[in-house]
Design a protein. Structure first.
Length: 178
């Protein structure tokens, strides 16, 4: 601020120009200084706010160095004056909200991927269980149908032989289930 004060107190254009250049140089150094600190990390947003507490000073900076704003932005530094601070904070708050929402969305997508993988495994296992049940039903049907029929054939022949011999009342019937 000392060079800005010199600018305000300068009595000649040459003194004002020198003080103005020195002040702008100081502001650029301040931007560099802010970026050299570790304000930006994995727990913060991707920029640093540098507050210029006097609106006139902020206007002076923009009027005397049109490239400073761009320079600061490339360094991920946002220059804020009293007029722009609130709007900047609202935007950053929304950006943080969106970032958190994005992280939540990423987590939901990951969980859906995990669920999809487990669902595929579940369907594969249930298909194997279904096939086992089908095989068991076929084996049961074969045992009850074909095997029962094959076992009852000799019994029916024996019943016929007993009937031919006229012994039906003397011996119990040989039918299955009797």
């Amino acid at each position: 601020m000392s060079n800005y004060q010199r600018y305000l107190e300068a009595s000649t254009d040459n003194e004002r120009q020198e003080a103005s250049k020195a002040f702008i140089k100081d502001v650029r150094k301040r931007v560099d200084e802010v970026t050299s600190r570790e304000y930006i990390n994995e727990n913060t947003v991707d920029c640093v706010l540098t507050f210029i507490p006097i609106e006139g000073v902020a206007r002076f900076i923009l009027e005397h160095d049109g490239e400073l704003l761009e320079y600061a932005l490339r360094q991920k530094v946002i220059l804020c004056s009293p007029t722009t601070l609130f709007a900047t904070l609202v935007i950053i708050r929304q950006a943080i909200h969106n970032f958190k929402l994005s992280k939540s969305t990423d987590e939901v997508i990951r969980l859906l991927g995990d669920f999809n993988k487990q669902w595929a495994e579940y369907k594969k296992k249930m298909e194997a269980v279904g096939n086992a049940i089908d095989n068991a039903q076929k084996a049961y049907a074969e045992t009850v149908g074909v095997r029962t029929n094959q076992l009852e054939k000799p019994l029916r022949r024996l019943d016929a032989m007993i009937e031919e011999a006229g012994l039906q009342g003397e011996l119990p019937p040989l039918e299955a289930g009797s």
